[in-house]
Ligand binder design. Structure first.
Ligand SMILES: Nc1ncnc2c1ncn2[C@@H]1O[C@H](COP(=O)(O)OP(=O)(O)OP(=O)(O)O)[C@@H](O)[C@H]1O
Ligand SMILES: [Mg+2]
Length: 221
């Protein structure tokens, strides 16, 4: 499903070049549940953003479902993203001036899901994540954990083929974290959704079938 060949991401500052990712080569098959681990600053979020087509590599090739993403412009990448990917951001990225309900509705509007179907999917998500009472509140009126739940619900609501999640349970209590991991595992096993998560937790990583370890921007054997 995803093929990475010598992916590199560097930042140029004057005459100095900093490599955040280098020589990253990996294949991820449809139906896998992969965990990316590694120290803070090792490039995990950067890699996830590239996989999610929200950022582009400075060198290397990235094929997604056979499409050469590294040759695409931003608009074409955004189209692929909207069609196939649900992204859970490390910093939630909810839209401040939309309510919880509207935040969940946004990806469905992009996908042109009809109104009745939008309503029922949103109701289902609010219910599943136990945030029905919060539906008319704005993100700033929620706790960090509640914002995280909305961020996860928003990533799942479009029924993506690929879920990319950057420390999806970082701000949740352990009981809630287990529930989220159980939801991911069920989506993976029963619906065949491919999942790639960044996590610092060995326990979370065990829900997946494989671990990729990043260190100083490179994958470790
Ligand atoms: N715009 C930028 N300019 C220069 N360096 C950057 C920029 N954005 C990120 N970096 C650097 O890239 C490196 C990797 O960052 P990244 O956010 O991918 O790390 P991470 O593994 O997700 O860390 P964490 O576990 O703390 O979330 C960091 O050293 C960071 O300073
Ligand atoms: Mg990060």
């Amino acid at each position: 499903m995803l093929e990475l060949k010598d992916i590199e991401r560097c930042y140029t500052n004057g005459s100095s070049k900093t490599y955040v990712l280098r020589y990253v080569t990996a294949n991820i098959q449809e139906g896998e549940f992969v965990s990316i681990m590694g120290p803070s600053g090792s490039g995990k979020s950067t890699l996830l953003h590239i996989l999610g087509m929200l950022d582009a590599p400075t060198a290397g090739a990235y094929n997604f479902l056979g499409e050469p993403v590294h040759t695409f412009n931003e608009r074409k990448r955004a189209e692929l993203y909207q069609q196939y990917i649900g992204f859970v951001f490390q910093a939630y990225h909810l839209i401040d001036d939309l309510t919880v309900y509207e935040n969940l509705e946004a990806p469905l509007m992009y996908k042109k899901v009809p109104a009745q179907e939008r309503k029922s999917r949103i109701a289902d998500m609010l219910d599943r994540f136990n945030i029905v009472a919060k539906k008319d509140l704005f993100p700033e009126q929620l706790s960090g954990g509640q914002q995280q739940l909305v961020g996860i619900a928003r990533a799942l609501i479009g029924r993506p083929k690929l879920i990319l999640a950057d420390e999806p349970t970082g701000n949740l209590q352990s009981q809630q974290a287990h529930e989220i991991m159980d939801i991911f595992q069920k989506l993976n096993r029963e619906d065949g959704v491919t999942i790639i998560q960044v996590t610092h937790s060995e326990e979370n990583a065990r829900y997946g079938n494989r671990i990729l370890n990043l260190k100083d921007g490179q994958l470790q054997a």
